[in-house]
Design a protein around this ligand. Structure first.
Ligand code: GDP
Ligand code: MG
Length: 216
């Protein structure tokens, strides 16, 4: 029986290594480095970590359907003096997390500036998540969950509140972005809109059984 190309593509995608380059942006001090470290190394430090330009954290993981995923988390510096370096980092990423501190109203008000800034440099519209960090400090809260949610909905963004300290929802931030990226790429390939899999950050495994599909 002839195998439909869609099955071959789905099979190729699910046996491939999937790479996600995700950039964290937002004001200095909101917890970008702490989120990257919690996700990549399961560690947290109360110390302020001064990020100079860019730090990249890598984590290997697996999707619920068994695909191997490699996350490269680009942790950018939030200070004005490093802003000129950001466009180069942003151009090379697949998805964005814009982070604010739920205990710092100014960092929330600056979210629109960060969104405007990244949208200027992204080559294509990239999945974006708005992240309200430091929810463990609930007594210091200056931005409610509803405000964060409404801002995200208005701009069509994903939304989560996290704590880099306790680890709450930190993994979900990256999983949600990679799920959107995988769905988009599979859909693009089905509709023939993009270049071959290997040029989209999807590395095909050496042996792909093209005859194997869900109906074979
Ligand atoms: P960045 O400048 O955005 O990279 O922020 P950092 O990751 O360096 O964090 C700034 C400060 O906030 C540090 O003292 C961290 O320990 C603290 N911090 C970061 N995330 C959290 C969090 O979720 N909860 C609490 N309580 N402190 C946090
Ligand atoms: Mg930092």
């Amino acid at each position: 029986m002839e195998v439909a190309p869609a099955f071959a593509i789905r099979n190729a995608v699910s046996t491939a290594l999937f790479r996600c380059n995700i950039s964290l942006v937002g004001d200095a001090g909101v917890g970008k480095t702490s989120i990257a470290r919690q996700f990549g190394k399961n560690t947290f430090s109360e110390e302020r970590n001064c990020t100079v330009g860019l730090d990249i954290t890598t984590r290997h993981s697996q999707s619920s359907d068994g695909q191997k995923i490699v996350y490269h988390i680009h942790d950018t510096a939030g200070q004005e003096k490093f802003k000129s370096m950001l466009p180069a980092f942003i151009r090379n990423c697949d998805a964005i997390a814009v982070v604010y501190d739920v205990g710092c109203r100014t960092s929330f008000e600056n979210v629109s500036k960060w969104l405007y800034f990244v949208n200027n440099y992204l080559p294509v519209e990239a999945p974006t998540i708005l992240v309200g960090n430091k929810v463990d400090l609930d007594h210091c809260r200056e931005v409610s969950y509803e405000e964060g949610r409404q801002t995200a909905d208005r701009s069509n963004l994903l939304f989560l509140e996290t704590s880099a300290k306790t680890g709450e929802k930190v993994t979900d931030v990256f999983q949600q972005l990679s799920t959107v990226l995988r769905d988009r790429r599979i859909s693009d390939i089905f509709h023939g809109q993009k270049a071959p899999l290997s040029s989209q950050g999807i590395i095909l495994s050496e042996h792909i059984d093209m005859k194997k599909g869900c109906c074979s």
